[in-house]
Ligand binder design. Structure first.
Ligand code: FES
Length: 107
């Protein structure tokens, strides 16, 4: 199972084995990781699963689609170039070792 790391705003890292096919958001919620709220349950509508992904290109992620792009404009903490909705990132082998940074708040 791919390992996904979640770094909280205070620097604490939790590593979760997330089954392929689940989203990065589901991996966090399944382990009760604080910092991911996911109010809409993964429908891509709420923006409360906002994360920052690595910018070094070491892990290739799918492109941001139109709705995700719109929702990222409405997150509680302003988006950055590396902002993504974790519910829109499906875990595959290609994401093995991904570390996402959680913003300091989601609402
Ligand atoms: S869980 Fe609502 S946008 Fe991701």
């Amino acid at each position: 199972m791919p390992e996904i790391s979640y770094r909280s705003a205070d620097g604490r890292i939790e590593v979760v084995d997330v089954p392929e096919g689940l989203s990065v958001m589901r991996g966090a919620v399944s382990r009760g990781i604080k910092g991911i709220v996911a109010e809409c349950g993964g429908a891509g509508m709420c923006g409360t699963c906002h994360v920052y992904v690595p910018e070094d290109g070491s892990i290739e992620l799918p492109p941001v689609h139109e709705l995700e792009d719109e929702v990222l404009d409405c997150t509680a903490v302003p988006r950055r170039d590396n902002s993504r909705l974790s519910c829109q990132l499906e875990v595959t082998r290609a994401l093995c070792g991904l570390e996402v940074q959680l913003p300091d708040r989601q609402v």
